[in-house]
Design a protein around this ligand. Structure first.
Ligand SMILES: Nc1nc2c(ncn2[C@@H]2O[C@H](COP(=O)(O)OP(=O)(O)O)[C@@H](O)[C@H]2O)c(=O)[nH]1
Ligand SMILES: [Mg+2]
Length: 289
């Protein structure tokens, strides 16, 4: 399965990002900490290869902390500057600014050696929809400037936002479409709410989520739904038991499978069952992110 979205939009988004890149010293790529591999658009690497990269693992409140720590080490080993945050929390600038400073140290040293006056670090935020770009920009700017939502939008008149003591941020994020050849990546994007519901069949998304949890966190899911399943439990049986325990029935007392699908996706997407990381760093260690 390969989803190409709208090639025209992709090309336009890419051009915009490339234009804006010329104006900044550092790129701040926002990823969903639950899926640091799947929420990364590989196109980023082509277009930003000459810029230092801060990698923000956002929504860390919904991810598995031990896995987040492993991803941080992984990105460091790749020469990137990672930091994990909760986009809505206080003091995110205090976390991002020092990392952006470390990432641009060489650039500024070079400028200084050429006698160029020191100025603020210029940065832009990039990421696929729904990773929290607007949330982060709004938080840093301390006023509502970036529209929060999942529609890729372009503002013509761009502004620099003062961000922290020594940083300026482009007010509009670079939006890249998620790109995936791999069906599992598509399911993870859907499971975390990064892509629209219609792109991947929802029952497959729910089943993927249930299988992941039964394999890695069976106690959590059994307790949460008050069921008794394991990695070998069949899909029908699983749906029946969740439907029964949650009272998701149709007239005639039959289990409403669609309702079970929707409930499972809702519970996982919103972190109701627990904090999970669906991309394990050990599965992607050979990939150049
Ligand atoms: N739990 C949690 N939710 C977040 C966090 N950051 C953003 N969100 C939510 O994620 C959704 C998408 O955020 P948004 O800023 O619109 O993403 P954008 O499309 O990248 O601009 C919104 O519902 C936010 O409230 C975070 O750190 N933790
Ligand atoms: Mg947004």
């Amino acid at each position: 399965m390969s989803i190409n979205w709208f090639p025209g939009h992709m090309a336009k988004a890419r051009r915009e990002v490339e234009e804006n890149l010329k104006k900044v010293d550092v790129v701040i790529e926002i990823l969903d900490a639950r899926i640091p591999y799947s929420s990364h658009n590989p196109m980023m690497d082509d277009i930003t290869q000459h810029k230092p990269r801060v990698v923000v693992l956002n929504k860390m409140d919904m991810a598995d902390q031990a896995e987040t720590d492993k991803w941080i080490s992984h990105f460091k080993a790749e020469g990137k500057y990672p930091v994990a945050i909760v986009g809505r929390s206080h003091q995110i600038i205090g976390k991002i600014e020092p990392v952006a400073k470390a990432a641009t140290e060489e650039v500024f040293e070079r400028m200084e050696s050429k006698g160029i006056n020191k100025r603020a670090i210029r940065a832009m935020i990039i990421g696929i929809p729904n990773v929290g770009k607007s949330t982060v920009i709004n938080n840093i700017a301390k006023k509502k400037i970036a529209k929060t939502g999942n529609t890729p939008g372009v503002t013509k008149a761009q502004q620099w936002i003062k961000a922290g003591k020594n940083m300026e941020l482009l007010d509009t994020p670079g939006i890249l479409w998620p790109k995936f050849e791999d069906e599992t990546v598509g399911k993870k994007l859907s499971l975390t709410g990064a892509i629209k519901d219609s792109v991947v069949a929802l029952d497959e998304v729910a089943i993927y989520g249930l299988r992941f949890l039964l394999q890695h966190h069976p106690e959590d899911i059994n307790k949460f739904y008050n069921i008794n399943a394991d990695a070998d439990t069949g899909v029908i049986e699983l749906y029946e038991s969740i439907g029964k325990s949650r009272g998701l029935k149709m007239s005639g007392n039959e289990i409403n499978y669609e309702a079970v699908t929707n409930r499972v996706i809702y519970d996982i997407r919103n972190g109701k069952i627990g904090r999970y990381t669906f991309d394990k760093v050990s599965d992607f260690n050979d990939d150049s992110q």
